[in-house]
Design a protein around this ligand. Structure first.
Ligand SMILES: [Zn+2]
Ligand SMILES: [Zn+2]
Length: 148
């Protein structure tokens, strides 16, 4: 669960700096969304962000959340994760961390996973193909422990 107080992470600090450089005012709804995303181990949808902020009495309207997520995406600090669900999800891009997703096709749960041999396999394919590979996304579909 969300921690109440925490030190700013590298991602949160760098993101707030990027926002300030881009001319955005510090603080406010934008900082609340950045802080919330920073606490997560995986991606959130705009709806989930709205619910979580409202639960801590830091309500931000859905339209503002969408606008903020678009701004963060344009700055290249979050990745937009499309998992074949109605809503896109967003998560911080951290230079030292990279993961993929398991998606429950019944309840919509999204679970992060990482795997070193899988990354090595993707690297090896990237070197072999006549293509400048810049990224990859791997999504495994199925049923989560609760839905099985
Ligand atoms: Zn994730
Ligand atoms: Zn499920």
């Amino acid at each position: 669960m969300a921690k109440m107080k925490k030190k700013e992470s590298q991602w949160e600090t760098a993101t707030n700096e990027r926002l300030a450089e881009a001319g955005f005012r510090r603080g406010g709804a934008r900082a609340a969304v950045v802080a919330l995303l920073d606490e997560q181990s995986c991606a959130l949808s705009a709806y989930e962000i709205e619910e979580l902020l409202a639960a801590r009495e830091r309500a931000v309207g859905r339209a503002s959340i969408y606008r903020i997520l678009e701004q963060l995406d344009e700055l290249g600090v979050v990745s937009k994760v499309e998992l074949g669900q109605a809503q896109a999800r967003y998560e911080p891009i951290r230079p030292d961390h990279h993961h993929h997703h398991l998606v429950c096709d019944k309840c919509g749960a999204v679970i992060a996973f990482d795997d070193a041999p899988l990354e090595r396999a993707v690297d090896s394919i990237s070197k072999r193909v006549d293509f400048a590979v810049e990224g990859h996304e791997i999504v495994l579909h199925g049923l989560c422990a609760d839905c099985r």
